[in-house]
Design a protein around this ligand. Structure first.
Ligand SMILES: *Cc1c(COP(=O)(O)O)cnc(C)c1O
Length: 408
């Protein structure tokens, strides 16, 4: 299915425990480290620097595999068309907020309509090359859809556990790709326990966020792409709707690798984690100075992708926020819906609720001075707005109704 013809050279040196730094063998299918923390993939950056340059990248197809030296691939990828996503200039918000530029990275264009495709594409490709036959995932919808699709492409069995209020459209998508799909009474962390139970019994591989080392490498490509699209000069701030935080941690890792390659300098954007005020464990931990976040009780929000009451990578998220002099901002569901509707009407861009949360957070950040005049900021729209149920705004035209009343 892949059309990528690049020879695959693998520069991975080892996997590393994100807490203790302990090394693990490369190209192995592992979950967490001995101390139960995420594993990070490390590369021979000197060798990569000698092997590839921005000029060489220029010649390659516009997809995420263009960064193959910085990825853990060992063979030509199974692909569903992971195009570089556009950076849309949102002049409406820039003008309204006196900003230099507001760019929306529109991740809704990826296979299965969300950026989960990036991480899952990588995880499934690695799993396939390492001989995994069955993968399970706890999911609020988008990760499960991506796992189901890539597993279908790779002919691996997929099993998805979803909170029971996951929208029907997401459940159907997973099931259509042939994944065994289950509703579970509880939230994503309850689904995670079931996936772990099965993995402990040897039934399948646990593909949960940050519990396997390769999804983050896929998500990292958001940072690589962004840097390349901005001609290797990063923006002043990045607003990221944060659930498990893979994307934020991944981008932060990408920037470190790019600096080691000498492709960007040491300046970094403020990394700004956005959450719903009804599920804001990272926001709370950030503002209380904690290194870890506590489980958020009775988490609820319409932005289902960020309804994650506890994240195993919490300390990595908090570290990136602090190192970047960023912050964490909570917004209400009302603010999310309001900015989603308003931006759709004003710009023609239908954000997903999580993406709309970043727009709502930008307004707050501008008001409280976190973001200053003329700044250049990037918002992440992580999924197509079409994947979400929309509140009814449509009227019925009654038989015999006067046509002129349509404009009332
Ligand atoms: C998963 C998801 C998020 C959160 O991404 P993380 O990198 O896990 O924090 C945000 N928005 C959408 C639409 C998602 O599907």
């Amino acid at each position: 299915m892949s059309t990528h013809t690049l020879p695959i050279e693998n520069f991975v040196t080892h996997l590393e425990c994100s807490q203790t730094g302990k090394h693990y063998r490369r190209n192995t299918q592992l979950n967490l480290s001995d101390v139960g923390k995420p594993l990070l993939v490390r590369y021979d950056l000197k060798a990569i620097k000698a092997a590839v340059s921005p000029a060489i990248l220029n010649q390659r197809p516009q997809d995420l595999w263009r960064y193959q030296e910085l990825l853990p691939l060992t063979q030509a990828p199974i692909s569903l068309g992971e195009s570089v996503t556009p950076l849309l200039s949102c002049q409406y918000l820039a003008r309204a907020l006196d900003l230099g530029e507001v760019l929306i990275k529109d991740e809704g264009r990826l296979p299965t309509g969300s950026f989960k495709a990036r991480g899952i594409a990588m995880a499934v490709n690695l799993a396939k090359s390492l001989g995994v036959q069955r993968m399970a995932i706890p999911t609020n919808g988008n990760a499960g859809a991506a796992l189901a699709a890539y597993c279908a492409a790779a002919q691996i069995e997929a099993i998805c556990f979803c909170p029971d209020d996951t929208p029907q459209v997401n459940l159907q998508e997973m099931a259509y790709y042939g994944a065994k799909t289950f509703r579970v009474k509880g939230l994503i962390n309850d689904c995670g326990k079931l996936v772990k139970q099965g993995a402990d019994q040897g039934l399948w591989f646990d593909t949960a966020t940050l519990k396997e080392p390769y999804r983050i490498e896929g998500k990292k490509t958001m940072g690589l792409e962004l840097a390349e699209q901005l001609n290797w000069i990063l923006p002043d701030a990045i607003f990221y709707p944060t659930g498990g935080g893979t994307g934020l941690i991944g981008m932060w890792k990408a920037f470190a690798e790019l600096e080691a390659l000498g492709w960007i300098d040491s300046r970094r954007p403020k990394m700004i984690a956005v959450q719903a005020d009804t599920c804001a464990p990272i926001v709370k931990a950030f503002h209380t100075g904690a290194d870890h976040a506590e489980l958020w009780p009775e988490a609820q929000t319409i932005a289902s992708g960020i309804r994650v009451p506890i994240a195993i990578g919490d300390f990595l998220i908090l570290k990136a926020l602090r190192e970047s002099q960023g912050t964490a901002i909570a917004v209400t569901d009302e603010e999310i819906l309001e900015s989603q509707k308003n931006l759709a009407k004003q710009t023609g861009i239908l954000l997903c609720p999580e993406g709309a949360a970043t727009a709502a957070a930008l307004i707050k950040a501008r008001q409280n001075g976190t973001i200053t005049i003329d700044a250049k900021v990037v918002l992440f729209n992580c999924a197509s707005g079409l994947k979400y149920p929309m509140p009814g705004l449509v009227q019925t035209f009654e038989p015999g109704q006067d046509i002129a009343t349509v404009l009332d």
